[in-house]
Ligand binder design. Sequence first.
Ligand code: EPU
Length: 337
Amino acid sequence: MRIEENYSLEKHNTFHLPVKTRWFMEYASEEELGRILRDEYFQECLSLHIGGGSNLLFINDFNGIILHSQIKGITVVEETADSVLLRVGAAEKWDDVVAYAVAQNWGGIENLSLIPGEAGAAAVQNIGAYGAEIKDVIETVETYNQLSFEKRVFTKEECQYGYRNSYFKNEHNDPHIVTYITLRLSKHPQLSIQYGNLKEALASCSELTLQAVRDAVISIRRQKLPDPEELGNAGSFFMNPVIPVAQFEQLKKQYPTIPSYPAGEGLIKVPAGWLIEQCGFKGKSHGQVGVYEKQALVLVNLGDARGHEIALVAESIRTAVKDTFGIEIIPEVKYVG
Ligand code: EPU
């Protein structure tokens, strides 16, 4: 177990905000986690469990305990002629899991290449990209209940997955800390390359393999999304709004080029990046906060931005989109403090 006091979180949030936490605790096993959670001092403190910090916006220093998992390991727990079941420690870097699966020629997560963050948080957030979501391959999620100290194995259905949403994000449920996830991967992968420019990127490819798809996804992401190591950011800052078809039809009359994706019965998903670009924010900066020039859905820290400055720019974007299109956009990024 590792315990640090007045610890900088700069390397634990991909915006690289120089905030501090009163305490930082890292555990390497479920037993160590249990000991932390049962501690009376812990129970009196404000606490927050983080993964890779790739979806967080710290507004202030954190006057409590930041918990971080060091539970690692990727093991095959079941193998059939058609599939493998992979059990992954929550602290594994997500892209290492993808690289491992692709190297073994096991399919299902190759479209989720290069997404920052750790495996446990990926399952909480239901990460998605290029037509795939982690929920498509999740078999179970193992957790530790922060209040009752009970371990539980959630089936996929019990995880209640939705777009960037799950049981674990619902504040009405007991807080559950993810310890392991299991993924069902295919030995006879069906490639899914229909999403937008992925198909184009693979058009000249002589042999369609998992590695080819992974390479194409990585190349598209590198072209469109800034590397958090070079330019602090948290990926898409907002979720793509889902609106009724009737509202979309009205908007289309005024904005004939508005892109859209079907989102279930009577609903349409509209790319927030497009809405934000139409409002004139793309490529502009506001002090140390930038709206990325290649993808307007991404806010970037141009140097020494503070969390509240990023939140202010996000608020002005949200207001402009609401005033222009009558559409509410909601942050995907979680605000802390
Ligand atoms: N677009 C614009 N202007 C922009 C950005 C996008 O017009 O500045 C348009 C594009 O031309 C395209 C459409 O919006 O027609 C969609 O753009 P893109 O394919 O880049 O995807 P997105 O909807 O903006 C989502 C996810 C990303 C994921 C990509 C690819 C959300 C909130 N974001 O973005 O996920 O990588 O699809 O699948 O759902 C993340 O969640 O952090 C993330 C990066």
